[in-house]
Design a protein around this ligand. Sequence first.
Ligand SMILES: C[S@@+](CC[C@H](N)C(=O)[O-])C[C@H]1O[C@@H](n2cnc3c(N)ncnc32)[C@H](O)[C@@H]1O
Length: 232
Amino acid sequence: MAGEAGEDLDKGTIATAYARWAPVYDLVFGAVFDRGRQAAIVAAERLGGRILEVGVGTGISLPDYARTNRLVGVDLSEPMLRKAQERVAEHHLDNVEALAVMDAENLGLPDDAFDVVVAQYVITAVPHPERTLDEFARVLKPGGEIVLVNHIGAETGLRRAFEAWFAPVARRLGWRPEFPWVRLTDWVERTSGIELIERRPMPPLGHFSLIRFGKQKMPAVRALPGNVPAKA
Ligand SMILES: C[S@@+](CC[C@H](N)C(=O)[O-])C[C@H]1O[C@@H](n2cnc3c(N)ncnc32)[C@H](O)[C@@H]1O
């Protein structure tokens, strides 16, 4: 089993990196990540309802959700979130309930509160992905889904060699390009009540994946034979 790796990324590095990215983020990463974002929104809206976007960043995807969904966005980076606030005001997104500075590993949100938790290009950028996924599962309602879109490290070939070589530089940018798929499958295996629904390759060239996890519905409570239902 691939256990939780040590803190090869720390929150200070991540916060510094995204404070630098914030002014130019949409310009640099707007188009390149867009296909994945749109696919994540389509997946999230299959269930719809109350949606939590973790690592919401500049809020680039918020205007693309149907206004019938209620949205909450959280991010570690205040400069990124300030951009998101400007976007919410500019687009009059009155379906955005809240935007808050929050650590994905320690969400200040109640259990079973959201129909869908979406994290686009985030899970490999947090110090402890497994702890973060535990939090996603906790705040998700039974029957709900976690929708991730992310780059997952190649398992073989030249791309794998390149990702391993690039990893030390990428850390300073707040990324983990060599992140192995097995960390996610191991997490599912040891997390009761969570199942992998799908992993789908995304363009460009399948470098990104759309990943969906489901949280089991509560088993229906059945009356035991001879039990008389309580009257109000
Ligand atoms: C690559 S950006 C993705 C932003 C946005 N989701 C998008 O689609 O463009 C990663 C985001 O995750 C945020 N992030 C990184 N670590 C985090 C953590 N521990 N808790 C909350 N947000 C975090 C960063 O601040 C950044 O805004």
